[in-house]
Write a protein that binds this ligand. Structure first.
Ligand code: FAD
Length: 515
């Protein structure tokens, strides 16, 4: 481990200077004193949604500055309008931070943990350390962009240099604009525009070593942040599901590239198939970067249609962030303002039937239970359960969005809001409002042998396949043989699909009148 004292080792300094300017002694003197200063004054790296050491340009550049590096994480629960992560995200964040801290320690540095307002915390640490350089990777949601701008302005006015980098999106939202100079609102032209840009850069290496300078700084422990559940500890299922940190992310990616990406284009819609990567929580907290995912997938030697489909899904993530950047209210404001007058039901006493996976529609219930037990839900099933809440139960999409936000380990400010709006029909490039998923047909099509439903709704496991997605049609003796008592061991359907569909279509008619 190198520390501040070793950082100003004269031999090391002279080597550097000779490298810069071998012959010019006058210049040597100037450089010598400025480097002495610079070396004594550390470079700060502010970690946020980029909890990794590889392909982290902020960290790499700080390390390459040759200065002692101070790594910081600020838990900001107070800055105005910053959306607080849900409970499952907090659980993921805790483990991501623990892993990051360990990795930084093995490289010679540590992680200073503070509570914020971020603005105050960063300015304080700069003052305490005398840092002259502050590095971060850019973020793209409105309130956080505002914080970063304020921090930058303050630091620059104090003579501190700031350096920000593109690390969490393949393309900057400011650089992908329509011919008229505005943001894209439809995915296909957005994707075509991405394809015309330079390909995403190659991932950057992790720094070999860091010069430590944070021994005497006050720091909370990660546990002090209180990110883990206490009573009840609902996280037992999560621990089994998610390997920790950057290493866990890389292991999942490699598993997926070996066993899952081949057949992705067709298989990604089937929740029991191993054709999805499950990388979303790692992308959410930056334990892996989209650049790493993009390029590793490109090296996997898989059929072109699978690779393209997978990269297009990464493209949907880019699109969601593009939308959030340009429309920062995406998580509460209808993208299509006609929906502002939509007659959502305001009293929904049966909401817990949906959250607990007790609607009587097996594919919906399996999805909601998968979410509760693992903090994740397969994309196809997310669409089905969201459609059910919005269109069968007539519940405002924001209520579903908030439930997902709290229970998903991958709860993502952009993807979650954009996807809920997409299903509701009020989002950018949304599914038409009159497309109402039939949960029975969806179940039969995408879980034909019932493997997924049987896993998460075990009380139905003995039901023959032909009734599994519509148990109410099973003859009494079949139900009895399967050990199911309708309304007791498994609920009767919460709503009748045909009636619910008509009710939703009527309500959506009101939108036409609102034009
Ligand atoms: P893979 O199929 O392996 O895809 C790889 C990556 O591409 C994902 O990790 C994700 O970053 C991105 N991606 C894939 N599908 C989509 C998509 N439809 N939209 C945007 N990006 C996508 N995704 C989140 O990351 N966080 C959320 O909070 C979230 N909420 C959603 C809510 C609803 C109602 C719906 C319908 C979708 C939501 N999604 C969300 C999108 C999608 O369901 C998940 O990204 C995907 O299921 C994650 O699984 P995976 O990593 O195995 O995906």
């Amino acid at each position: 481990m190198r520390n501040c004292r070793q950082a100003i080792d004269p031999h090391w300094r002279i080597d550097r200077i000779e490298l810069i300017d071998n012959n010019n002694f006058r210049e040597w003197g100037v450089l010598k004193s400025s480097i002495e200063n610079r070396e004594a004054r550390p470079a700060l790296v502010w970690f946020r949604d980029d909890l990794r050491i590889a392909d982290n340009p902020a960290l790499l550049t700080a390390a390459q500055s040759g200065r002692p590096v101070v790594c910081v994480f600020v838990r900001d629960t107070v800055s105005e309008n910053v959306r607080q992560p849900g409970a499952a995200q907090d659980w993921m964040l805790h483990h991501a931070l623990v892993e990051l801290q360990l990795r930084l320690q093995t490289m010679g540095a540590g992680l200073v943990v503070r509570r914020g307002p971020s603005f105050d915390a960063i300015i304080d640490i700069v003052r305490e350390t005398g840092a002259e350089l502050v590095h971060w990777n850019r973020r793209y949601s409105g309130p956080e962009v505002a914080i970063d701008k304020a921090v930058k302005a303050r630091l620059i006015s104090s003579g501190v240099e700031t350096r920000s980098f593109q690390a969490n999106l393949l393309h900057e939202p400011t650089k992908v604009l329509t011919g008229a100079g505005g943001p894209y609102k439809v995915y296909s032209p957005f994707w075509r525009a991405l394809e015309k840009l330079d390909p995403p850069r190659a991932p950057l290496p992790a720094p070999d070593t860091l010069i430590n300078c944070n021994q005497n700084l006050d720091s909370l422990t990660i546990s002090d942040l209180g990110l883990l559940p206490t009573k009840p500890d609902w996280a037992a299922g999560l621990r089994k599901t998610w390997p920790a940190g950057e290493k866990g992310a890389m292991a999942l990616l490699q598993d997926f590239l070996r066993d899952g990406i081949k057949g992705y284009a067709g298989g990604r819609d089937f929740p029991a198939k191993p054709n999805v990567s499950r990388l979303s929580p790692y992308l959410r907290f930056g334990m892996i970067s989209p650049f790493q995912v993009w390029h590793e997938a490109g090296k996997a030697g898989v059929p072109e249609n699978d690779l393209e489909k997978f990269r297009k899904e990464i493209g949907w993530r880019e699109f969601a962030w593009h939308l959030l950047f340009h429309y920062p209210d995406l998580h509460w404001r209808n993208f299509d303002s006609r929906f502002d007058s939509f007659p959502w039901r305001t009293q929904v006493p049966e909401l817990p039937s949906w959250t607990k996976g007790m609607t009587g529609y097996p594919i919906v219930d399996a999805g909601m239970r998968e979410l509760w037990q693992t903090g994740y839900m397969h994309n196809r099933v997310r669409m089905i359960v969201a459609s059910f809440l919005i269109k069968h139960m007539m519940v405002d999409w924001r209520i579903g969005e908030a439930w997902f936000w709290d229970t998903l380990v991958d709860g993502d400010p952009a993807n979650n809001s954009a996807s809920w709006q997409w299903v509701a029909g009020c989002g950018a490039d949304a599914a038409p409002y009159f497309r109402i998923f039939n949960p029975v047909i969806q179940g039969e099509k995408f879980d034909p042998d019932g493997k997924y439903v049987r896993r998460f709704v075990p009380e139905l496991s003995a039901l023959p396949d032909r009734y599994l997605h519509k148990p109410w049609e099973a003859p009494v003796e079949v139900m009895r043989a399967a050990g199911i008592k309708p309304g007791e061991t498994y609920p009767n359907p919460l709503v009748d699909h045909a009636k619910a569909r008509d009710r939703a279509l009527q309500a959506f008619e009101s939108l036409k009148r609102a034009v």
